[in-house]
Design a protein around this ligand. Structure first.
Ligand SMILES: [Ca+2]
Ligand SMILES: [Ca+2]
Length: 275
């Protein structure tokens, strides 16, 4: 008799597909949204379950893929501004981006030659979707923010987009959110070092700035520069699980989750597959 496990229409036999299995386990443990499609199940040993739990907890960190955080591309040059409709890495809810070159209206870039004005034409959202960060990885961020004609305020938000990889759908998780206000005299620089630890859930993460308030109207304010996001960024350790207590907790949670999973297996229909 040959048995196998099917998740979401895919069978899982052998370690070659362990990564996909981990995705399912992570979904159960962290998102609690899992489309159960067990047609045939495979009897798994406790040792295998524990190995999977450990692998889940200690999954290596991955690069975040965050790019162009300093708004240096496309090149506009110093002393001017441009309104590109697309730039590498970023998306906007506005009709275009607004990129300033250092010295335009007397405002210096925080780093490099260029920076962005969040309020191009409206009080919109400027965002970047980041993939490839393993579940359980500690992530950090950094950016510089400045007011244009007074004290401007924007909301910075990190959102795990859930299994659908899209904003909304009932499966999103806010990983971090905070408002930042800065005036015109200097750039404010911020990172994750003073914040509580932020851990990836393993799905696409949306890094976003949304204009909250700006002096001069909706097309004014909230300058941004020097952004970065990912593992080992923003003054926090690059460890996927930074300390023993967290590791033990995550492993325990994983094993507990797998125990629950096994109870669900026990209730599932066992179907023999021949051949
Ligand atoms: Ca820059
Ligand atoms: Ca979603």
């Amino acid at each position: 008799m040959h048995k196998m496990l099917i998740f979401n229409g895919r069978d899982f036999e052998g370690l070659c597909r362990a990564q996909e299995m981990l995705q399912c386990f992570r979904s159960i443990l962290l998102n609690r949204r899992f489309h159960w499609d067990t047609k045939i199940m495979k009897t798994m040993s406790d040792r295998f379950l524990i190995a999977i739990a450990l692998a889940f907890a200690l999954l290596p960190s991955a690069n975040a893929g965050f790019i162009n955080g300093g708004f240096e591309s496309p090149v506009a040059g110093a002393g001017t501004n441009t309104y590109p409709t697309s730039i590498p890495g970023w998306k906007t809810t506005d009709s275009s981006f607004e990129i300033w070159g250092s010295g335009f209206y007397g405002v210096p870039a925080y780093e490099g030659i260029q920076f962005a004005e969040l309020n191009a034409f409206i009080a919109g959202t400027l965002y970047q979707d980041v993939t490839g960060v393993a579940a359980g990885s500690r992530v950090g961020f950094q950016f510089a923010h400045r007011g244009r004609a007074g004290v401007d305020t924007m909301n910075f938000l990190l959102t795990d987009l859930g299994l659908d990889g899209l904003l909304g759908g009932g499966d999103d998780t806010v990983l971090f959110t905070k408002n930042y206000s800065d005036g015109t005299s200097a750039w404010g620089f911020y990172d994750a070092s003073a914040e509580s630890a932020i851990y990836s859930l393993g799905n696409t993460v949306r890094f976003s700035y949304t204009a909250v308030d700006s002096v001069g109207g909706p097309s004014y304010g909230n300058f941004l520069d020097a952004a970065d996001f990912g593992v080992g960024v923003g003054g926090v350790p690059a460890d996927s699980v930074p300390d023993a207590a967290s590791t033990l907790g995550l492993v325990s949670a994983s094993i507990l989750g797998l125990a629950c999973l096994r109870r669900r297996f026990a209730r599932a229909t066992l179907i023999s597959k021949t051949g």
